[in-house]
Design a protein around this ligand. Sequence first.
Ligand SMILES: [Zn+2]
Length: 274
Amino acid sequence: MPELPEVEVIRRGLAPRVLGRRILTVVVGEKRLRQESSPEELQQWLPGRAILEIERRGKYLLFHLEGGVTLLLHLGMTGRLLLLPAASPTLPHVHLIFEIEGGLDLAFQDVRRFGQALVFPPGVEPAPLAQVGREPFSRQVTPAWLAGEARGRSRALKNFLMDGRLLAGIGNIYASEILFAARLHPATPAGHLSLADWARVLKETRRILNAAIAKGGTTVADFLNSRGETGLFQLELMVYGLGGEPCGKCGRAIARISQGGRSTFFCPRCQKGK
Ligand SMILES: [Zn+2]
């Protein structure tokens, strides 16, 4: 599933190629995404409007259009946004095509269709954003704020980090990598960390997310950028997907456990509980 770095890579890839251009038409496929505005709403609000800004909030992309209209996209589990020359051969599993001025098609491809494409008229705040927590790079995110949110909580540290209502955009891959870098056991109760621990978690969170963006994101299954290219950060992963392999720091076999129904990878020697 795309996480913050992958969505940011898409944003940075799209922006220089589509900003200032109008959406001409929207082609709606037969199969809909699980959460998609009606074809009538899409046709009412999108055609003829220029794309003024593309913003990322957590794992959401917000296309701010002329006249105060917002198009919100979420890639779900397997979504891709591919910018193709107009009238390219139709790819499988493309559910929406936004035809863009200048001979471009922005195709929303999504095998599992957990993605979202919702349009919001002027003055209507996109409802899903009410559930999105603080951005990891925001100045409002500090070790003291994290410690305050975690105080008294027995919730496992990895699940705490992945709670998008607190901290936006961190999913399964990056949570495992951050905790390896911060040398903390993923099952540690979040409330047991010291302020110094939170400072380390925040520093590693920002370092790893930035490194992943610089490498074009992580492709372990589906992720492609808007040009259809894979990321490269999967080559830098230290624990995710490496169960049974030797730890790159100490040589001990990397362990895999299940937390909240998702796989967590960690080094039992390098990562300590509290
Ligand atoms: Zn180790």
